[in-house]
Design a protein around this ligand. Sequence first.
Ligand SMILES: [Zn+2]
Length: 194
Amino acid sequence: MNTGSSGNVSARTSDGMLITPSGCSAATLREADLVAMSLDGTVRGDAAPSSEWSMHAAIYQAYPAAAWLVHTHADACTALACLNEGLPGFHYMVTRFGGGDVRCAPYVTFGTPELAALAVAALQGRTACLLANHGMVALGRDADDALAGALLLETLCRQYLLARAAGAVRLLTAEEMQAAQERFKTYGPNTPPR
Ligand SMILES: [Zn+2]
């Protein structure tokens, strides 16, 4: 979902978080390269954390249920975010992110506390958001959950952009989205599909 050194991943720890280092490439990343730091920005060791560490830290502070975060510049998410639009309820799977849509946080410079605050606001009641002219963030209760959310959001954004390009998309009504959310409560054993 990322090319080059864009994007970053983190996991909450007992005393802060582990986050991918600044400018790292997924192809060469080793476990020893991960940066341990507190949520107020104190780094343990010499490595520089991802430039988006403050966004990760702010999300962990705001949402206690978040245990893992995935931030990518994946194509379809970023394309929709460059329209400065969120993902509307065009498909019932959108409800897997916690509500009737996925919001898009307004554009500000990457790596700033302002972006962290805007991402936190856009994630209210949701497990993912888009970042205008930038990319997306997905949070999860574990690594698989966060990655599954990121992959689902990219798929849905691609499907929405395809549908938009083909014609006028009929959005689901609030009642239809609510019914899908109710249906998911009785779907599968413990792990709802992403
Ligand atoms: Zn980014």
